[in-house]
Design a protein around this ligand. Structure first.
Ligand code: URA
Length: 237
């Protein structure tokens, strides 16, 4: 690898800026000044220093948004042999130690994040942060305004009331209400069970956003790398 590219991967500035460090004679490889731009580095073996101080590449983590289809599990392997979210990823991501951030039910589709950054994942998932997750649900039948209000105020699941949440009606389809729900908890099958608590059956459930990160136009089974502002959003936790 070209020396300026290596220095840039060590976080010392743009490749252009790193060329100047080389030309200024500030960079040494295995103890000898390397002041030619054509210098090639073997990242495995060479010891590189700037002004006498050792430099190393910054570990780059991967942050992926994936549109989970229904019929797969959000784990890295499955003892029942079911498809996992990892099975859908391109080979270049599968080679990394990448894992899903949180869960989505087997029959739920939508946005799930995957990362190699365990620290950030753990912080984001911690219940105290109450990260907002947005779902679009289709019901078997219609639902009244009074029932929606009950959901907003909280319903009892396993003897504990759900926290206040946002609920709004989307355009319905032939008597089957479509409802958007934004919750900041992550209890097991929470959205489905909240509707069950008011006597409604969810026939389709999709997560459309996690905080500021939106599923957008990502097709089922497709993934994309998060944008810088989305990674920064996760790192704020
Ligand atoms: N609520 C559910 O019911 N299922 C999910 O997968 C996520 C939230």
């Amino acid at each position: 690898m070209r020396i300026n590219k290596y220095l840039a991967e060590c976080g010392l500035g743009s490749r252009r800026a790193c060329e100047q460090l080389v030309l200024d004679g500030r960079v040494a490889v295995n103890g000898k000044t390397a002041d030619k731009l054509a210098f090639e580095i073997n990242p495995e073996n060479d010891k590189v220093s700037l002004d006498g101080k050792k430099v190393r590449p910054i570990l780059k983590h991967l942050y992926i948004a994936f549109h989970k289809p229904k019929g797969c599990v959000t784990t890295t392997s499955d003892d029942k042999g079911r498809k996992t979210v990892i099975d859908y990823l391109p080979a270049k991501y599968k080679e990394k130690r990448i894992f899903p951030v949180g869960r989505l039910d087997y029959e739920t589709e939508g946005l799930i994040l995957l990362t190699t950054d365990g620290d950030t994942a753990n912080r984001v998932m911690h219940p105290r942060h109450e990260l907002a997750k947005t779902y679009a649900a289709r019901l078997e039948s219609d639902i009244t305004e009074a029932e929606l209000e009950k959901l907003r105020r909280g319903v009892e699941l396993d003897g504990e009331k759900t926290k206040k949440c946002k609920v709004r009606r989307l355009e319905s389809e032939e008597g089957q209400a479509r409802i958007e729900v934004v919750i900041s908890e992550g209890r097991n099958r929470q959205v489905r069970r909240m509707f069950e608590a008011v006597g409604k059956n969810v026939t389709f459930l999709k997560r459309t956003a996690i905080g500021e990160i939106r599923l957008g136009g990502l097709g089922r089974g497709e993934c994309r790398e998060l944008k810088t502002h989305e990674i920064e959003f996760l790192k704020r936790f």
